[in-house]
Design a protein around this ligand. Structure first.
Ligand SMILES: [Mg+2]
Length: 279
C-alpha cells in the first residue's frame, strides 16, 4: 500500500521533535565516520536517521530506503518492498553544518517514489528543523507550505531577482568569471546551505533561481525539493538544459539549475548555450 502524505509528514515531525532540542549544541556536532553520501556524519545526522528508521519500522513500512548516512537498505519485508516498487529517498538533515552551528536553515527531506527513476517520485516533504514549517507536495496536486498552496514568483530578469549559487571549490575564480554575464543580471546572491530548503524557497516565490554547479550534489539532498518545485510550476534542468531523470540510487549525483518560469529561457540562453559550453 502506498504511504500517505500524512504519514510522511508525521515521520518528518518525529525528526523535528528529536532533533530540534539539539540544534546549535556541541552534542549535535560530535563527528563520526563518513556516511554513505560521502560527508562526515555528525551525531545529529545519525540521530535523525535512526529516528526515521524507527518510525518506518513502527508504521510497518515496506520500502527500499535510500538515505544519506546508511546508503541503501530495505525496511520491513523485502519481498513486499520489491513487489510494490516503493522507494524512500531521505536526507535526515540537509544543512547539517547550519544545524550544529545554530543557523536556522536546515531541514529533513523525504521523497517517496513508486518506481526507480526520479520522475517516479510521487510525494515529498521538506520540514525546516528550526521553524517547523512544512513544505510538501503530491504529484499532480500542487505544492504547499503548511496548509497554503505555493507557486513560484513571476519575476523576470528585469526585476529584483534573488538567486542562490553553489560552486565547487576547485578553480572557483575561473568559474565565477565565466558566470559573470549571468551573475551581473541578478539583484542578489544568496548561499544558504540547504539545497532542499532552497528549492522550496523558489517554489514559494522567495527566490527566483538556484544554480548548483557541484557535480557532488546528491540525489538525497534534492529528491523531495524537486517535486515540490515542479508542483509549484518551477523548472529543474541540467547544465545542458535537459530534463534530469536519473536512477534512484545513493550514487546518483549531478549539478543542476532550478528556476521560476520566467527565468528559464534567460538562464538557458546565457548560461547554457552561450556560456557553459565554453567552461
Ligand atoms: Mg544530510
Amino acid at each position: 500500500m502506498e504511504l500517505s502524505i500524512d504519514l510522511i509528514k508525521k515521520i518528518a515531525l518525529n525528526v523535528y521533535d528529536v532533533v530540534n532540542p539539539l540544534l546549535g549544541t556541541k552534542e549535535a556536532s560530535r563527528k563520526f565516520q563518513k556516511g554513505a553520501g560521502g560527508d562526515i556524519s555528525m551525531n545529529i545526522d545519525l540521530i535523525a536517521e535512526n529516528t526515521i528508521i524507527e518510525a518506518l519500522e513502527k508504521y510497518n513500512v515496506n520500502s527500499l530506503l535510500i538515505s544519506e548516512e546508511l546508503g541503501e537498505k530495505y525496511i520491513g519485508e523485502i519481498e513486499k518492498a520489491k513487489e510494490n516498487h516503493a522507494v524512500l529517498i531521505i536526507d535526515p538533515i540537509d544543512g547539517s553544518n547550519n544545524a550544529v552551528r545554530g543557523i536556522p536553515y536546515s531541514s529533513v527531506s523525504i521523497a517517496y517514489a513508486i518506481g526507480d527513476r526520479m520522475n517516479n517520485i510521487r510525494k515529498a516533504v521538506v520540514l525546516n528543523l528550526f521553524t517547523k514549517e512544512i513544505y510538501w507536495a503530491e504529484k499532480g496536486k500542487g505544492a504547499y507550505l503548511n496548509s497554503k498552496q505555493i507557486h513560484v514568483s513571476d519575476f523576470d530578469i528585469s526585476q529584483n531577482c534573488f538567486f542562490e549559487l553553489s560552486l565547487p571549490k576547485d578553480n572557483i575564480m575561473n568559474k565565477l568569471q565565466k558566470l559573470a554575464p549571468v551573475i551581473e543580471k541578478f539583484y542578489r546572491i544568496r548561499v544558504l546551505g540547504s539545497s532542499a530548503l532552497s528549492l522550496c524557497q523558489i517554489a514559494s516565490g522567495g527566490m527566483e533561481a538556484f544554480i548548483n554547479l557541484r557535480t557532488s550534489n546528491r540525489l538525497v539532498d534534492v529528491a523531495a525539493g524537486i517535486l515540490i518545485l515542479k508542483e509549484a510550476q518551477g523548472k529543474f534542468f541540467s547544465l545542458n538544459g535537459n530534463e534530469i531523470n536519473m536512477a534512484l540510487s545513493i550514487n546518483t549525483k549531478f549539478p543542476f539549475i532550478a528556476s521560476n518560469i520566467k527565468l528559464e529561457s534567460f538562464i538557458k540562453k546565457k548560461l547554457i548555450t552561450y556560456f557553459y559550453r565554453k567552461m
